[in-house]
Design a protein around this ligand. Structure first.
Ligand code: 5GP
Length: 185
């Protein structure tokens, strides 16, 4: 790898490879379309961690009646720490009133972000709200939140990067999901 792209990757172990992710995303999308029974869906990408997952998932909804929108929240103090309080930092453009909303999240960790987002969309008049999450990290959960659709569940409390997931805005473009070992930068 050239120095331009940041040199060698250190202390990273593959959790989910690109072809495994592709297959899992396709299966997840099939389940979602089946559950929708031909009804329309407003899919909302939670930026930026869900960006690649969202793009791949939405492509699999080809033919289904789907609107795509984006939201940004901050819950996250930078580095590997989770901030606690969740704040909306960019509003979606499409009015969710009367619509079935699918929140597309990168990770459900403490569950605070998902709790906030469900409240936000239900408060804005959505007919129903469900969540598709790339990763479930059940270890730090502080509430009863659970995504209706989960691609992968982590078996240990690793810090994940790649396929949209970052550490201080790095690693999002990687095709696989990796665990960053302690000390990795
Ligand atoms: P929450 O704790 O509210 O469920 O999750 C907040 C956010 O923290 C997630 O949406 C995700 O962006 C971030 N987060 C939690 N665990 C990890 C992780 O292992 N890797 C990365 N890159 N972000 C994480």
């Amino acid at each position: 790898m050239s120095a331009f792209f940041g040199g060698k990757r250190k202390n990273m172990r593959v959790l989910f490879g690109a072809s495994k992710i592709r297959k899992r995303v396709r299966a997840l999308a099939r389940g979602i379309v089946r559950d929708c029974g031909g009804g329309g869906l407003l899919c909302v990408c939670v930026l930026g961690g869900a960006s690649l997952f969202f793009a791949d998932l939405a492509r699999e909804f080809d033919g289904a009646s789907t609107e795509l929108d984006f939201i940004r929240v901050s819950s996250y103090g930078g580095g590997k720490t989770s901030g606690g309080a969740v704040e909306l930092t960019a509003e979606p453009a499409i009015d969710p009133r009367g619509k079935r909303v699918l929140i597309v999240e990168d990770i459900v960790d403490t569950g605070r972000t998902l709790e906030f987002l469900r409240g936000y969309f239900l408060g804005a008049g959505a007919k129903s709200v469900a969540c598709a999450a790339l990763l479930d990290k059940p270890f730090a959960r502080v509430n009863a939140e659970r995504a209706e659709y989960t691609a992968f569940t982590l078996k240990d409390d690793a810090f994940a990067v790649g396929y949209g997931l970052d550490l201080d805005q790095r690693y999002r473009n990687l095709k696989a999901v990796y665990a960053l070992e302690d000390g990795a930068k």
